[in-house]
Ligand binder design. Sequence first.
Ligand code: SF4
Length: 436
Amino acid sequence: MPKLKLITFGCQANDLDSERITGLLLREGFTLTEQEEEADLILLNTCAIREKAEHKVYSRLGSFQALKRQRAGLKIGVCGCVAQQEGQALLNRFPYLDFVVGPGQLTAIPPLLAGATRGVETARAPGYSYPVNAPVQRRSGIRAWVSIMEGCDRFCTFCVVPFTRGRERSRPAQDIIEEIRGLKRQGYREVTLLGQTVNSYGSKLTPPISFVELLRHIDQLVGEYMRIRFTSPHPSDVTVELADAIAELPSLCEQIHLPVQSGSDRILHRMKRGYNRDEYLEKVALLRARAPEIAITTDIIVGFPGETEEDFRATLDLMQEVGFDSAFIFKYSPRPHTEAERMPDQLPEEVQGRWLEQALALLNRLSLERNRSYIGRTVEVLVNLEEAKGDSGRHTGRTRQNKIVHFAGEGVADGSLASVAITGATPLYLQGELVC
Ligand code: SF4
C-alpha cells in the first residue's frame, strides 16, 4: 500500500483540511507514515498568514530535492494557502514538485495523483467547497473541527486570507447539522465551529440564517452532551443575541477568541478593522455582563507599519484593561497583495522584537492573574488524554473556558466529564485534584 507523509502548517482550518486530505487519500488506499524516507507521497499543507510560516514551507520543500532523486516514484504536492497564493510559480521554482492544490480544491488531489503530468488546481468554484459526503479522517475521537464557512470579505489591510481563501461562503445549515449529528452518534464530546469570521455566518445563504440561529439549532441537537465552541468571531459582529446565547445555551462554552489586533484607534483605522478601541471594549463589557464566567483571548499584531511608541502603549493599556486570559501576539510581517505591504513606513525588526517581548511579558502576568483566580474553585473538565504529556497518573482536560487542566486522580475515562478542584496555576495551565 502506498504511504502518505502529510505535514501541516498553520491554523485550525488547515488542521481540518489535513483531516480531509487524509480521509480522501485513505479512501484511495494510502496508509500514513511519519517517515519522509519511506513515503510514496509527501504533502505539505501550508500557511501564508506570516512571512515566517511561508519561508518554512520553502525550506522544507528544498530539503525534499535529494529524496526525490533517491526514491523512484515519490510524488510531492503542496496544498493550502501558499499553494493558492503562488500557484504555477511554485512548480516553476521547484522543478521536482508534482502538483499544487489550493485549499478550496482538495478533492482534486486524487485525480492529480493519478495523472501523468504536473498540475495546478487553484480555480475556485462558487459556493462552499468541500462536498457534504466527502471523507474526513479525524485525529481525535473526542474533539472535532466543523467548518461552517470559508473565506472573508473584510480585507483588513495586513491580511492575506481574502486572497488565499477567497470571499465569504457559508455552508448550508442542514449540512452542518447533519455532520454534528453524525459526530454525536460517534461519541464526540466537543465541536469547534470554524470560519474566518465565524459570526457573520449565513447572511448570504438563501434564505439567510444568522450565526445565533445556527447555534440554537445545534444546541437543540446536542444539549448538554456536547460542548460547542467557535473560532474566530469578528468583534463587529458580536451582538446582544450572541452574548445571550453564550449565557443561555447549555452546550455553548463560556469562552471567546476575539481578535483585537491593536489598542490604538489610529492603527485600527490603518488596519481597516471596522471598529475602534471603545467599540471593542463595549463588546467585551457586553459579553462579561451576560456571561460573567467567560474567558476572553485575542490576537495582537505589534510593529504594524507606522505604529509609534504611543500606539504600542495603547495596545499594552488595552491588554491590561481587558485582562485577557491569553493571546497570540505576533510581529507584523508584510503579505503579498495586501494594502499594508505597500505602506511606506515599515518598522525595523529590532523595534518589533522589543515590543513583542514587552507584550509577551505583560501577557504572562495577565494570564497568571486570570488563572490564579481559579484556585480554590471546582471546575468541570472534559478529559482528553491526548493532551497529557506522558506523565502517568496525571490526567489532562479542558474547562468550559478552554483552560488546560493537569490533575491527579484515579479512574478517569477519556472523553468523560470530571470535577476537578483547582490547587495551582501557571500562565499556561491549571493544576488540580480529581473530586469525582
Ligand atoms: S477579518 Fe480576519 S480573516 Fe478577514 S481580512 Fe481581517 S484578519 Fe483576515
